[in-house]
Each structure stands twice: as C-alpha cells, then as structure tokens.
Design a protein. Structure first.
Length: 122
C-alpha cells in the first residue's frame, strides 16, 4: 500500500510501466500488477482529511471490481493499509486520526438525521 495523495497519476503510471507493471484505475486508487514480485502494488489518493470511516465504501465499490477483495480478510487488510499509510511508523497515531476524522465527519455531516422512536416516552 502506497499513499499517493498529491502525486501525478500520469507520472506514477509511466514510472511503474518502466518496471513492467500494468495499471488499473479507480477514482481513488491505482492498482499496479505484474508477474514477478512485488506482483501487486496499490496506490491510494485519499487526502489526510478524507481518512475516516467513509473510506470503507470506496474500498468496497472501487476495489472489489478490480479483484482485490476475494476473501473477507482482504477488506480489513486493505483498509488497515490505507489508514496505516498516513502514519507508517505509528499505527496508534494513524488509527487515532482515523477515529478523530470519523467523529468530526459525523458531527459536521448534515446527512445525520435525528433519532426518532428510540427513546422511551416520558
């Protein structure tokens, strides 16, 4: 997993092509594959402020069609790789940032509807 936020997709594709990689693209990622090791490299383009629970939807809808989600554990490994790529030397900081951004996103989101029918009547 490589954090490619802010990097030119065109230049990445050119550089990996020199190494014999074929590229597949989704809105938030580039998947590079070849026959020899390392055979698969996934480059994501999520910005630090996008690191929140919404990433899971992009993983499912964008990467499953590319064949990366063959088993249920693949989802967790890819999500952990994306989150970890923001702080590669500090997993605790990466997950703290993920949680804080998720919380902030939920607080700021106008899509959150008030709960009705969940509280006992007084």
């Amino acid at each position: 997993m490589v954090n490619g936020h802010g990097v030119s997709r065109t230049l990445l594709k050119q550089r990996f092509a020199v190494g014999g990689y074929q590229a597949q693209e989704s809105p938030h990622s580039l998947l590079f594959t070849r026959s020899e090791a390392p055979a698969t490299i996934l480059v994501h383009a999520f910005a630090p402020e996008e690191m929140n629970a919404d990433i899971k939807h992009y993983v499912m809808y964008e990467l499953k069609p590319l064949g990366l989600l063959r088993q249920s554990r693949d989802f967790g490994e890819i999500l952990a790789g994306i989150v970890g790529s923001f702080f590669p030397d500090d997993a605790r900081a990466a997950w703290h940032g993920f949680g804080a951004n998720t919380f902030r996103r939920r607080i700021d989101s106008p899509k959150i509807l008030p709960l009705t029918g969940c509280l006992p009547h007084q």
